[in-house]
Design a protein around this ligand. Structure first.
Ligand code: ZN
Length: 117
């Protein structure tokens, strides 16, 4: 049996960390005052531009993680947490402890990754 309380608090903590990281990223981004779109004006500092690109890439990555985490929390509410979305079997507890927002079991994940090549 999965100890939902532990996993849930772990996910919630992770969620807070990611939100904090996104906030910090926006603060550090030299282009944060703009509307997140990459506007290249003549004379734009190359280093700043690079910094902005990195920030956007990282932010997108964090947003994706946040989405996964929120999906996991939603699943907990619906009581479908820990069930593989592909085969419907229970996901290994060991796997959930490493990656609480996992949606596939190890077997399915391997198969998906193999198909990807
Ligand atoms: Zn599966």
């Amino acid at each position: 049996m999965i100890n939902f309380k532990i996993v849930k608090s772990k996910i919630e903590k992770q969620r807070e960390v990611i939100i904090a990281r996104i906030k910090r990223l926006r603060k550090d981004d030299p282009f944060s005052t703009t509307d997140r779109a990459l506007i290249v004006e003549p004379g734009t500092d190359a280093a700043q531009l690079y910094g902005h690109e990195q920030a956007v890439v990282l932010e997108n990555q964090l947003k994706r993680e946040l989405k996964e985490i929120e999906a996991a929390l939603l699943k907990m509410k619906k009581k479908t947490y820990g069930i593989c979305e592909r085969c419907g079997k229970k996901i290994d507890l060991a796997r959930l402890q490493v990656k609480p927002q996992a949606i596939y079991c190890v077997k399915c994940l391997k198969e998906i990754e193999t198909k990807k090549g």
